[in-house]
Write a protein that binds this ligand. Structure first.
Ligand SMILES: C[S@@+](CC[C@H](N)C(=O)[O-])C[C@H]1O[C@@H](n2cnc3c(N)ncnc32)[C@H](O)[C@@H]1O
Length: 171
């Protein structure tokens, strides 16, 4: 799996750290080709995934900046390398918070151009765990350049970092 830095190992790490209850409802925001969705279902979670350009049949079409779900719909939201790419990371964080149940968890890996505390707090999240994965992301980015892949967005070079985070919705 190469569609986000750290691949399946990072998805499994997020799930291990979050320690979700068996059968928890989980939404993958920016599910892409659905690899994480498949992983979540294989682990027994009630998982759904949305993407504005779904690349698998079981990924639903939808814009996570206007997430098509009522408030408090999910026990957890996972998103890997998608909120920053959307162009409005802060709005994506607010939408994730809105559709989570109180106390629900956000499992996030993403690019940040500032320390993650401020944007997470602004969206009403409390950070439970944070790990700087910038070195892994840099390697992923260089490999993509080397392969000649089309990069999905402009990264402010030298000023950004990549974090793996577990956060809880306040309330
Ligand atoms: C780098 S890919 C990561 C895909 C997937 N999370 C993975 O790890 O394999 C970023 C994904 O975010 C999706 N995306 C970006 N902005 C979005 C938005 N506003 N709503 C839904 N999906 C979005 C893109 O279509 C793309 O599939």
């Amino acid at each position: 799996m190469r569609s986000h830095p750290g691949g399946e190992a990072h998805s499994r790490r997020l799930l291990e750290l979050a320690a979700l209850p068996p059968g928890a409802s989980v939404l993958d925001m920016g599910a892409g080709a659905g690899e994480t969705l498949t992983l979540l279902r294989s682990l027994g979670y009630a998982a759904r995934g949305i993407d504005r350009e779904p690349r698998a049949e079981d990924v639903e079409s939808g814009d996570f900046l206007h997430a098509p779900f009522p408030d408090g719909s999910f026990d957890a939201v996972i998103s890997q390398c998608a909120f920053f790419v959307s162009g409005d990371q802060r709005r994506a964080l607010r939408e994730a918070c809105r559709i989570l149940k109180d106390g629900g968890k956000l499992l996030l890996s993403d690019v940040f151009t500032e320390a993650p505390e401020a944007p997470l707090r602004a969206a009403d999240f409390e950070i439970l765990y944070a790990e700087d994965m910038t070195a892994v992301w840099r390697e992923y980015f260089l490999e993509a350049l080397w392969r000649g892949d089309r990069l999905c967005c402009d990264i402010p070079k030298g000023k950004s970092s990549y974090w793996l985070l577990i956060a809880r919705k306040d309330g």
